[in-house]
Design a protein around this ligand. Structure first.
Ligand code: NAD
Length: 381
């Protein structure tokens, strides 16, 4: 075990520890380190098994509460995962989405700047905005950011996240790192509508729910948009690479070879630091269209259930506005450049898409088949 991971005097605060990413990060910290965790969330259902862990202290509280913010910022490392991040809410509840993704994290950033904590803030790949079908790799410090019109409320989330990034980057004395996730998927993602949540979950849970219920998967605007799906377990590995680099203070000099003006290869030695950096966390090898994702998931579902694929309903087309409501808009492609994380942290996601989908769907089918049956029996009574 790394010296720092062995240090039982370290406590990490995780805000949103009961969410999809939070529950996996919490499990990994408890398994791979001797650290303590101060966890804050409004909902603990995914982490019931950790509530009495002697290395954890949990607080059921809202990040909107200033006294909670002060309390969180007392810890040396603060990971902020808390957010409203369900796409269907970006249209219907734009002001709440903006408060959640700008006001609350900005207040936490202020408190961390004052206390000297290292703030690891979870932003989003949506900050790259309305990308087109032929846009290339999205590079953290180079790609232009273009958003849709103000009448398309879908951009409420991305706009608030980007403003928070700018606010954080502008704060003097704040030690910060921004993480931009590209479609993390895995067990415990989101909810099954009508069972443990309402509205429309993100695409993996949306398609998984439809498959479990024997309903067709809905391909919004033909499902031609492309996304790169990343295993949540790879994402947790990224966090450990980040923790390691951050707790070491800075990394040793990195050596890169580049050509100089006369074409000769020269060695550059630059300081690598995970601070004051935004990192894409994604897996460009796992890029698929949403339609390809639907057909892959349908096939894997038939294999898991050991049924003929023809018995599983084929995907159906639906318009974005009909499905999500007025204010819907989309990005056609989100392909992460992952060079920066590789160069500065030595991290690269490695789990192939078929493995990620099988793992996620197997969990979803096991977890929800029984819950859904119980709900149906209750409804019939
Ligand atoms: N999962 C992804 O692929 C993905 C993609 C892009 C961005 N992100 C970002 O990563 C972060 C975590 O995402 P996730 O997938 O785990 O989402 P999630 O919704 O599963 O988890 C968020 C958690 O934050 C909690 N929370 C929300 N508002 C809160 C508040 N005011 N006070 C206290 N707790 C609050 C929720 O109860 C939830 O448990 C979010 O900031 C999200 O925007 C995730």
């Amino acid at each position: 075990m790394n010296l720092k991971f062995n240090d039982s005097s370290i406590t990490v605060a995780i805000v949103g520890c009961g969410g999809f990413i939070g529950c996996h990060l919490l499990d990994a910290i408890l398994a791979r380190t001797r650290w303590r965790v101060f966890g804050v969330d409004l909902d603990f259902y995914r982490i019931q098994h950790r509530l009495h862990d002697e290395r954890c202290e949990f607080m059921c509280a809202d990040l909107a509460d200033k006294s909670v913010v002060e309390r969180i910022a007392k810890y040396p490392v603060v990971v902020n995962l808390a957010a409203i991040c369900t796409p269907s809410r970006y249209m219907a509840e734009a002001p709440e989405v903006i408060r959640s993704n700008y006001d609350h994290p900005a207040a936490l950033a202020d408190a961390c700047a004052k206390s000297g904590s290292w703030l690891i803030h979870f932003s989003t790949s949506e900050v790259y905005g309305r990308t087109s079908a032929d846009s290339g790799m999205l590079v953290e410090d180079e790609t232009e950011l273009t958003f849709g019109p103000v009448t398309a409320s879908r951009w409420s989330y991305a706009t608030a996240k980007l403003l928070t990034e700018r606010y954080i980057a502008g704060l003097k004395n704040l030690k910060w790192t921004v993480v931009r996730p590209f479609n993390f998927v895995g067990p415990y993602m989101d909810f099954m509508p009508g069972v443990d949540g309402s509205g429309i979950p993100r695409v993996l849970a949306n398609f998984s729910s439809a498959l479990v219920r024997g309903e067709p998967l809905k391909l919004v605007n033909g499902g031609t948009a492309k996304r790169s799906f990343t295993s949540v377990f790879d994402a947790v590995d990224f966090m450990f690479a980040l923790f390691e680099a951050g707790l070491a203070g800075h990394l040793a000099g990195v050596v890169t070879n580049t050509a100089n003006a006369s074409g000769n290869v020269v060695e550059n030695v630059a300081e690598k630091s995970p601070f004051s950096q935004a990192f894409n966390v994604g897996n460009p090898d796992n890029e698929v269209t949403i339609a390809e994702l639907a057909y892959k998931m349908r096939k894997i579902f038939a294999e898991i259930k050991n049924v003929d694929i023809e018995t599983v309903p084929a995907p159906e087309m639906v318009s974005g506005v009909d499905y999500y409501g007025e204010g819907y808009d989309d990005s056609m492609r989100r392909l992460p450049s992952v060079e920066k994380a590789e160069l500065l942290l030595g991290f690269k996601a490695k789990t192939p898409i078929d493995v990620v989908l099988r793992e996620s769907l197997t969990w979803f089918v096991g977890h929800y088949s029984s819950l859904d049956e119980r709900r149906e029996t209750r409804d019939e009574r």
